[in-house]
Design a protein around this ligand. Structure first.
Ligand code: PAF
Length: 529
């Protein structure tokens, strides 16, 4: 049996508990009525070390008139037992006056970003997200946790709070936890306890309807209205009253007319007097991350690490251009358009085989050229070869074939513009010329090679940027919807963390779990001939 959990009932008790230890605090905010999915959040928080604090507060600000504030489950003894069993270190159940000393009336409140707050549940629950933002801002101010744990089940809330933390620069990291479902498919929710056995059966139509649309998306249906219609018809046939059912972009929550990249199908229904929400990520292929940027910004290292962390395949398009460069040099062909080059490209059998630890083996016409393509001779010619229109066209087509079922993190010069314009996340990874020169010098020194002066390196890098951005074929340019990441002053781990964070704002964790399950059943690695 787990030890009794400290129950903190006042602000003074919270402050005394905080003072007891210098360890970081992992905060899991809840409204009580705890269930197994909360247990998952607490266990998730436990893994980060430090002390796990669970707050239980039914926040009146986030309930509208006629909503279930009075009826909301209040079960502190059970909550204490569940939190203790799931490894929490304390439960804080503040009083109204602890959080809102001057009372909820006339209180300074935090408005959610309008574009997020106005979507999905927004019009149906006026003031709800403002209430959520206000209470969470207050909890953060009082506890000052290192991390805040939130469930993906309330995806819109998660996005609103991520945005609040980013916009206000609050010093906390948000960690999302995937939606957890009960045996009958309903996501765990404190409100499920309102359902009678008969309503509970009818409510299953909600996850069923979303799953029907997800299956259609996997089978190739990309039309937003048709996907919505499919789910709506099922909900209506099962007698659920639909508040909304919408296909939106997971990050911006704006309507998504076509499923060219991952979409979120979200719905709110009424089953009797109970309001239920649920969502599913719809994808016609696994997600793609495209990382672009100038030479020397660390694209390869970062891309490999991001792929490993996300469990996706690393597509090193640079290696593909290097392989063709090596082949031309091996055959004694010049880096120019010619009938010989056309013949080489026509017979190219290029394979990238994923190795343990995210490394890649490059096979060219059956020969392992992994090491050969990294020599200085290849490096000096790859830019010219990659600028040849026929090489570009042949390798772009091959990369698109690799990516047809997704599941890749790909790096390359025009990866987000020409190769994968519908990637779920596009990153333009860059660094100042001075920083790239410093890194290049350090790299050469580490390899025991002669190190030119920094000013010479800077000049070379600036010239390379200039020729890459002004060349006619696939010039270096940032995709309009790419996020720019200037890596000066950041460690590789910080860069990777930032990109993984951006990815998780766009592709829910639960969708990735499903992707991995499918990938495990299918072939691994980016292979094609
Ligand atoms: O998700 C919830 O339980 C609540 O909205 C939260 C985040 C605890 C704020 O009251």
């Amino acid at each position: 049996m787990a030890a009794p959990l400290p129950l903190l009932r006042s602000l003074a008790e919270l402050r005394a508990w905080i003072k007891q230890s210098p360890e970081a605090i992992q905060l899991v905010p809840t409204m009580g009525g705890l269930h197994a999915a909360h247990g998952g959040l607490f266990r998730g928080a436990r893994r980060f070390g430090g002390r796990v604090l669970v707050s239980v507060f039914v926040n009146p600000l986030q309930f509208g008139p006629g909503e279930d504030f009075e009826r909301y489950p209040r079960s502190l003894d059970q909550d204490l037992a569940l939190a203790a069993a799931a490894g929490a270190d304390a439960l804080w159940a503040p009083q109204l006056e602890d959080l809102y000393p001057a009372g909820p009336e006339g209180l300074t409140q935090v408005q959610p970003a309008a574009a997020l707050g106005a979507q999905l549940c927004g019009p149906w629950r006026p003031g709800h997200f403002q209430g959520v933002c206000t209470v969470v801002a207050r909890l953060l101010a009082l506890v000052q946790p290192q991390r805040l744990f939130l469930g993906e089940k309330d995806w819109q809330q998660l996005q609103v709070l991520r945005r609040m933390v980013a916009d206000l620069g609050l010093p906390v990291e948000i960690v999302a936890c995937p939606t957890q479902r009960e045996a009958d498919g309903l996501p765990f929710s404190s409100r499920n306890s309102y359902l009678s056995p008969l309503e509970r059966q009818r409510a299953q139509a909600l996850p069923e309807a979303l799953a029907l649309a997800a299956a259609a998306a996997r089978a190739g249906e990309q039309d937003g209205p048709r996907l919505q219609q499919l789910a709506l018809a099922h909900l209506r046939a099962r007698g659920l009253q639909v508040e909304y059912l919408e296909l939106v972009q997971p990050h911006s929550l704006q309507p998504l007319p076509r499923l060219e990249r991952a979409g979120l199908l979200a719905a709110a229904v009424r089953c009797g007097t109970t309001r239920l929400i649920d969502h599913l990520t719809l994808m016609s292929r696994s997600p793609i991350v495209a990382i672009d940027g100038p030479a020397g910004a660390g694209k390869s290292t970062v891309t490999r690490l991001v792929a490993r962390q996300l469990g996706l395949v690393y597509l090193d398009t640079g290696a593909m251009y290097r392989a063709v460069t090596w082949l031309l040099q091996d055959l004694g062909l010049a880096a120019e358009e010619s009938p010989e080059l056309a013949a080489v490209l026509g017979q190219l059998d290029l394979r990238l085989e994923a190795q343990a630890q995210g490394d890649q083996r490059v096979l060219l016409n059956g020969k392992d050229v992994t090491a050969a393509i990294r020599t200085a001779t290849v490096t000096s010619a790859v830019s010219a070869v990659a600028a040849l229109p026929s090489v570009r066209a042949a390798l772009t087509a091959q990369q698109q074939r690799f990516g047809s079922s997704g599941g890749l993190v790909a790096e390359g010069r025009d990866i987000g513009t020409a190769v994968f314009p519908h990637a779920e996340l596009k990153v333009f990874l860059t660094a100042t010329v001075a920083e790239r020169a410093r890194r290049r010098a350090a790299d050469l020194a580490a390899r025991g090679l002669p190190v030119p002066s920094l000013s010479q390196l800077e000049q070379e890098i600036a010239e390379r940027d200039q020729s890459d951005s002004s060349r006619e074929v696939a010039p270096l340019c940032r995709a309009e919807d790419a996020l720019e990441l200037v890596s000066d002053g950041l460690s590789i781990e910080q860069v990777v963390e930032r990109i993984v964070g951006w990815f998780q704002e766009r592709v829910p964790l639960e969708a990735m779990a499903a992707t991995r399950a499918t990938a495990a059943a299918g072939p691994a690695g980016a292979e094609a001939s």
